[in-house]
Design a binder for this molecule. Structure first.
Ligand SMILES: [Zn+2]
Length: 395
């Protein structure tokens, strides 16, 4: 059947035996000087790698078909599964949750983390049959795999009008902790966003600078999050973007020791990759020591030409999964960590699977339909128009 046929077979099922077979095969090819196109070997390595992208968004409807955009991403990068996270910044959480539900109906091997709709603001003013806990229960019954909170991002934090450890949110953390549900929290932004002299131009343009006195401080939001962890020490929480602790990783080391289910994801924030490069030796040890607390994700939305997203994917996967150099976010060379396969696997998919499940939950169509009806008041006419054909096709 030939060498290529053998590579094809062992790539189709990934296991330790297949890994060994692949290793031996490449060894034989090299030593016997069999003339084989190197790109096939590279293709083999790519296919062997298992990756779950734990942090993606459907950020807007756009004119493009978000399902085929994600299909293309999975195919191109050989991604095992995606986890789509709620993002209420361009549309209501309700609308975003509904799109995610349809995505899962169309592509059931993927995961979704839903968001709580802020029906009334401040958040303590939510109606009883639509408070945070009720909405959480509904999402879990529909078949969401976890919850995503953006309420710790300074813009959203300002909008909720209350602290992250306000009683109405505490009731939610309590349920999430009790159920062992996975929670992804975006907390804060890079500290330079509170200082116009240090804030990057793109952040200023995006309206993500917090110097006009109407936003909580970096320290306040950070400390409110620490209080949540203190009050719910067993909560299964992943804080996005390294908790913006690239300059103070000792904070993470302390939290890893205190809280057994506390993780951070590695979605850029390019600034943290700059820190990884600056303190390479420290971080090499850090990644090896805490590979069971770090989770791979890209925070991408995959619409448009995806040039930046592809570049970003390459930087992050080269850094985590190889010992090769790659040009990083500050145009300087970031060297791959050269970790063992087991540690790379932890970060690429195993930590996520341990926390969320090896198989995504199934969508309960009845419950999903009831949710769409109950919360349709939170949809714009344009949203409704776009959802209509999806209802006909999938429900
Ligand atoms: Zn995100």
């Amino acid at each position: 059947m030939g060498v290529i046929g053998l590579i094809y077979i062992i790539n189709n099922k990934r296991s330790k035996i297949n890994n060994l077979a692949y290793f031996l095969l490449t060894h034989i090819i090299k030593n016997a000087k069999i003339p084989l196109d190197v790109s096939i070997l590279r293709w083999g390595v790519k296919k062997m790698r298992k990756i779950i992208d734990s942090h993606l968004h459907i950020s807007k409807w756009g004119d493009e078909d978000f399902i085929s955009c994600f299909d293309e991403y999975c195919k191109e990068q050989s991604i095992h599964a995606l986890n789509i996270c709620a993002i209420p910044s361009r549309q209501s959480n309700v609308c975003n949750n509904i799109i995610m539900g349809f995505y899962k109906l169309a592509r059931p091997k993927n995961y979704i983390h839903g968001g709580i709709e802020l029906i009334n603001i401040p958040i303590d003013n939510m109606p009883k049959d639509m408070d945070a806990v009720t909405q959480y229960r509904e999402l879990m019954e529909i078949g969401f795999d976890g919850i995503k909170m953006l309420e710790g991002k300074p813009t959203e934090h300002k909008r909720i009008g209350k602290d992250l450890n306000h009683p109405s949110l505490n009731a939610l953390y309590k349920e999430i902790e009790k159920d062992g549900t996975h929670l992804i929290m975006h907390v804060n932004d890079p500290d330079e966003f509170w200082d116009l002299k240090r804030a990057p131009d793109w952040a200023i343009k995006a309206g993500w600078t917090y110097t006009d006195g109407t936003y909580s401080s970096y320290e306040d939001i950070h400390n409110q999050t620490l209080k949540v962890l203190e009050d719910y020490p067993n909560i299964s929480v992943t804080i996005a973007h390294f908790f913006f602790c690239g300059k103070e990783p000792e904070i993470l080391e302390r939290l890893f020791k205190l809280y057994p289910n506390f993780c951070v994801d590695l979605t850029p924030g390019g600034e943290m990759y700059v820190e990884f490069q600056k303190n390479y030796d420290y971080y090499k040890e850090f990644f090896n020591k805490y590979s069971d607390r770090l989770i791979f994700g890209t925070d991408s939305a995959y619409l448009g030409d995806n040039k930046y997203e592809k570049w970003l994917f390459n930087v992050v996967t080269t850094f985590i999964g190889t010992d090769k150099p790659v040009s990083s976010f500050d145009d300087k060379i970031l060297c791959g960590l050269g970790m063992s396969q087991e540690k790379v696997d932890n970060i690429f998919y195993a930590n996520f699977e341990r926390r969320v499940g090896k198989e995504p939950k199934k969508i309960d169509k009845e419950k999903f339909r009831a949710y769409i009806e109950k919360y349709s008041f939170a949809l714009t006419d344009e949203d409704k128009k776009r959802i209509e054909p999806l209802i006909k096709k999938y429900l």
